[in-house]
Write a protein that binds this ligand. Structure first.
Ligand SMILES: *[C@@H]1O[C@H](CO)[C@@H](O)[C@H](O)[C@H]1NC(C)=O
Ligand SMILES: *[C@@H]1O[C@H](CO)[C@@H](O)[C@H](O)[C@H]1NC(C)=O
Ligand SMILES: *[C@@H]1O[C@H](CO)[C@@H](O)[C@H](O)[C@H]1NC(C)=O
Ligand SMILES: *[C@@H]1O[C@H](CO)[C@@H](O)[C@H](O)[C@H]1NC(C)=O
Ligand SMILES: *[C@@H]1O[C@H](CO)[C@@H](O)[C@H](O)[C@H]1NC(C)=O
Ligand SMILES: *[C@@H]1O[C@H](CO)[C@@H](O)[C@H](O)[C@H]1NC(C)=O
Ligand SMILES: *[C@@H]1O[C@H](CO)[C@@H](O)[C@H](O)[C@H]1NC(C)=O
Length: 889
């Protein structure tokens, strides 16, 4: 910033002054003074906006309408527009406004020489009535082509995990002319658009380190060097084994570090130990390299024993063929037991080739708690069939040559960058349109309230309800831990999804040996093993019972492992064949947030399933009708997020979509680390294979109070039915009351209906669990309410996907975190008075008589109370009158 531009000095000086001022403004308000790095260039442009606005992370974005960075004829060459869709997962700034370009358009930023992050924000919504799937355009920055014939719509649809918006991040070196031109160029007969542009400088040697830092190249003798003629695109930046680190919590460059679990092969291998050690940065790994939270969390293979020799700890990433990729692996030994050389040594493979035969983190770093990173370059050629996208494998495997103390591997963080081709281009093809998930376009903003047509959940109350509740309660599997399993150490999270197999010190008599492949993971148990695990099914070991049979707690592997054993009643309708099919399907599902099937037993005509044991029981056990202490709001948010991730995986992670069909608080279990796991998807239905068909027609099943009203009406099951039920669970978590409480005034009986009503009326704070008094930040509550409301929309098509819900919840957590950081005094955080008056028994019999006395599910339309309840949309149709086998699940 110390040089004047050779183009038009006066303008540039002015711009500099302005940008300095903005910079000053921004750094003084938002950059934490303690950030390890303070950017010298920092621009945030909210495109399509004419004023400056603050984003959810409290950064100030300038409108581009009168910006110095926009060309003077901006009004004649482009048009501002506002997104016509709203999505709870998409933040207002900078996503809700866009600038549309019918022809070439260039923004020019005055920046200092050196490497910069360029972030382009896209939200493919409808703007000015234009169908966004028809927008194709190219973007270049300086001499580098970043995107060619790019479709934000197709690219967003192809994201894993699916997200409704895109943030494309590039690393560009600016030369001494000190300007960065960003050019948008629509494809023929198309238009270009952009929602936001962010430019942030970075330390000189962070990624582009020049000839002094040769980088080993996979399968090549010559090392690779990256100089300032090369531009990079960030494809993945992961806080391995940890949580999302939002831009605000980065080291000053606003990089986002995401979770690695979507990319783990086998969905859930390994363990995620973390420890709050003080990370000691060094000259080689300065503090700005990555935030300490990245280094204090990790993923390892786990048990430190020879089981780990059966598999590679593997991540899989989709990349474009025909490019070179830079991998940066961040390591830090954080476990107390690893402090010396040759304790943990492992090999790094990239695309099945050895990238590094021997990584010994302590040897490289010198000590526990000292971070390091290692770079590798790998060339991904066009495949045989010249597919444009392919999978890139990163795998870690214990290196036994040096006879290390532990048989294990570790990774703390990962960044993957694409390097420009020799012609300077970074552009790859758009992803193929995705067909596996029938993705409805996101709804128009529902300015109009739903006409009073539906929300008939309430109608299920009545005579039917008693029996139903019994069934629902009987279906509950209660997993309670009686004694603690031998633990491997305080900092090693004992992970319950790791395949149970040879445990140190125990002999195994099983026929199958665990191997690395998920299909081999499902273990066959003999009936004698099961009998000895449960002391011959003694009642003392019984922890639950239901229509399907009983659930027992059991100890296997010589008592080392606690499991839950579900013995299906041989009289139950499920045939042995179905049982087999189910095992086949379930054993392939592995995810941190799903209760895993460990094995089965089909000897002697038995139908027995063996699952992970969940020490903390069901979510409901911690919400109401319980002696357990109340969960904190933060805990509740994390649990909801975990469960949402589990459902998202069911919907999109497997080959065929799986619809749970019975999402409720008793089917969300908690392990000893309070990690939420979705359970009981055994009777789930796989979704349609065929894209054209968007639903499965089935007999309505599910639990009362949770069932999607649309599913009732149409008998057609879509994944959005799970979204609805999950919305009810979110309300349960917020209000700590059951989905249905009979005996309340009728408008309050159904939590879904009542909660939505209160939200509309703005009285949601009055039904919040009093235990949460003073814990919920108002902005977080607002976001949470938005998510709930959108999940409970009457029409499935208007509800968000589980991916949107995941994003929304992550965002709510960020809001809560931000507010907690800024909270000085108790302030006006939700403090609740009298909210549980709603839980006192109803006195207004009149209101409720319609369903109470008749014992049918029909509501009487004429007798509503004075309040504006009708506006919520409780209609009087008889949609429920032909109800439903109450024994259905
Ligand atoms: C946002 O920044 C303003 C101005 O510095 C500050 O008053 C406010 O507390 C911040 N809010 C959040 C949520 O960080
Ligand atoms: C924009 O267009 C109007 C009329 O079409 C014209 O009068 C004006 O000079 C143009 N402005 C610029 C900056 O090109
Ligand atoms: C742009 O991509 C779309 C779909 O991927 C394709 O139909 C179209 O022909 C492409 N246009 C150009 C100019 O390459
Ligand atoms: C790019 O790198 C070369 C040599 O490494 C150096 O001389 C030059 O100053 C660099 N340019 C910029 C703009 O940093
Ligand atoms: C690596 O090996 C796996 C199986 O071991 C295979 O599926 C995958 O295609 C291989 N990847 C490459 C790039 O060869
Ligand atoms: C681990 O990956 C490497 C490279 O793909 C492969 O050679 C090796 O066989 C794998 N090991 C196991 C146990 O799968
Ligand atoms: C990136 O593009 C530039 C030309 O803009 C070229 O000189 C450089 O070699 C390219 N980098 C790589 C890694 O091919």
């Amino acid at each position: 910033m110390d040089k004047t531009s050779n183009t038009s000095p006066s303008t540039t000086m002015l711009t500099f002054a302005l940008s300095l001022f903005i910079l000053h403004l921004i750094t003084s308000t938002t950059t934490d003074a303690s950030s390890p790095y303070t950017p010298t260039d920092y621009f945030l442009l909210d495109c399509g906006s004419s004023s400056s606005s603050t984003s959810a992370d409290n950064r100030t974005w300038d409108g581009d309408a009168r910006s110095k960075f926009s060309p003077p004829n901006i009004a004649n060459t482009s048009s501002p527009s506002t997104a016509e869709e709203q999505n709870p997962a998409v933040t207002q700034v900078p996503f809700m406004t866009a600038r549309l370009f019918p022809s070439q358009f260039t923004y020019t930023f005055p920046v200092s020489a050196g490497p910069k992050f360029l972030r382009l924000y896209f939200y493919p919504a409808t703007y000015s009535g234009r169908d966004n799937s028809k927008s194709f355009f190219s973007v270049s920055a300086g001499s580098h082509t970043l995107l060619t014939n790019f479709s934000a719509f197709l690219t967003a649809a192809g994201t894993v995990p699916r997200q409704p918006f895109l943030i494309k991040e590039f690393v560009i070196s600016v030369n001494y002319n000190q300007r960065l031109d960003i050019k948008f160029d629509p494809s023929p007969n198309s238009y270009a658009f952009i929602n936001g542009i962010e430019i942030v400088s970075m330390p000189n040697n962070l990624y582009i380190r020049g000839p002094d830092y040769p980088i080993p190249q996979v399968s090549q003798q010559q090392p690779f060097t990256i100089d300032n003629t090369t531009a990079l695109e960030t494809l993945y930046r992961l806080d391995v084994g940890g949580n999302l680190v939002p831009g605000k919590d980065d080291t000053g460059m606003y990089r986002i570090w995401r979770q690695d679990d979507p990319y783990i092969y086998g969905q859930g291998f390994g363990q995620t130990p973390h420890r709050d050690v003080t990370i000691r940065y060094t000259n080689d790994t300065p503090e700005y390299t990555a935030p300490a939270t990245v280094y204090t969390t990790s993923r390892t293979m786990g048990k430190h024993n020879s089981v780990n020799l059966n598999y590679n700890l593997t991540w899989i990433f989709t990349v474009d063929s025909g490019f070179t990729y830079l991998f940066r692996l961040h390591f830090c030994e954080i476990l107390q037991e690893v402090t010396r050389v040759n304790q943990r040594v492992f090999t790094v493979f990239l695309n099945n080739r050895t990238a590094d035969p021997e990584v010994d983190v302590i040897q490289l770093s010198g000590d526990n708690g000292v971070p390091i990173f290692k770079d590798y370059v790998v060339w991904v050629p066009l495949g045989d069939n010249r597919r444009s996208k392919q999978d890139l494998w990163l795998a870690l495997y214990p290196n036994m040559d040096s006879k290390p103390k532990y048989t294990d591997a570790i990774l703390n963080g990962l960044e993957i960058f694409k390097l420009n081709q020799s012609d300077g281009s970074l552009a790859g093809p758009n992803p193929e349109p995705v067909g596996t998930t029938p993705e409805a376009p996101y709804p128009k903003s529902p300015e109009k309230e739903d006409s009073g047509a539906s929300s008939p959940v309430l109608a299920v109350v009545g005579g039917v309800i008693g029996g139903v509740l019994v069934v629902a309660v009987m279906g509950v599997l209660i997993f309670r831990r009686r004694r603690r399993v031998r633990d491997s150490g305080p900092s090693v999270a004992k992970s319950s999804w790791v395949p149970i197999s040879v445990t140190a010190g125990t002999s195994t008599s099983t026929k199958t040996n665990a191997s690395s492949l998920p299909s081999d993971l499902c273990r066959h148990f003999s009936i004698s093993e099961i009998r000895s695990a449960t002391r011959n099914f003694t009642d003392d070991f019984m922890i639950g019972t239901g229509g399907f049979g009983n659930v027992y707690k059991g100890y296997i592997d010589g008592g080392a492992t606690t499991v839950a054993i579900k013995r299906l009643d041989s009289k139950s309708n499920q045939g042995a064949r179905e049982f087999q099919t189910e095992i086949g399907m379930l054993s392939k599902l592995r995810h941190l947030h799903l209760v895993s099937l460990i094995g089965y037993c089909d000897d002697d005509g038995e139908m027995i399933l063996v699952y992970d044991y969940m020490a903390n029981g069901t979510l409901r056990d911690h919400l109401y009708k319980t002696e357990n202490p109340p969960l904190s709001w933060k805990n509740r948010l994390q649990i909801c997020l975990g469960a949402a991730r589990g459902l998202h995986y069911l919907h999109t992670g497997a080959k065929h979509m799986i619809i749970h069909r019975d999402v409720k608080s008793t089917n969300i279990l908690l392990d000893d680390k309070w990690v939420a796991k979705v359970s009981d998807f055994g009777l789930s239905k796989t979704g349609p294979d065929n894209v054209a068909q968007t639903h499965v027609t089935t007999v309505v099943k599910g639990s009362f109070g949770y069932v999607d009203p649309e599913y009732y009406r149409r008998q057609q099951l879509t994944e959005k039915s799970d979204v609805y039920s999950f919305g009810v669970v979110l309300l349960e978590v917020l209000c700590a009351r059951p989905a249905i409480v009979t005996g309340l005034p009728k408008e309050q009986v159904s939590l879904a209906v009542w909660g939505r009503y209160c939200m509309r009326k703005g009285t949601i704070d009055q039904i919040v669990d009093p235990h949460l008094m003073g814990q919920i930040a108002p902005e977080c509550l607002r976001k949470f309410g938005e998510i709930v409301d959108s999940c409970l929309r009457d029409e499935g098509i208007q509800r968000p996907t589980m991916s949107d819900v995941v994003w929304g919840l992550e965002f709510a957590i960020q809001l809560q975190d931000a507010a907690e950081r800024n909270k000085i005094s108790g302030g006006d955080w939700i403090g609740i008075v009298g909210c549980h008056t709603m839980l006192s028994p109803a006195t207004d019999d009149d209101v409720f008589s319609g369903s109470k006395s008749s014992g049918t599910s029909t509501l009487e339309s004429g007798r509503r109370s004075e309040n504006s309840y009708a506006a919520v949309g409780v209609g009087s149709e008889n949609v429920f009158s032909q109800i439903v086998d109450p024994k259905g699940r």
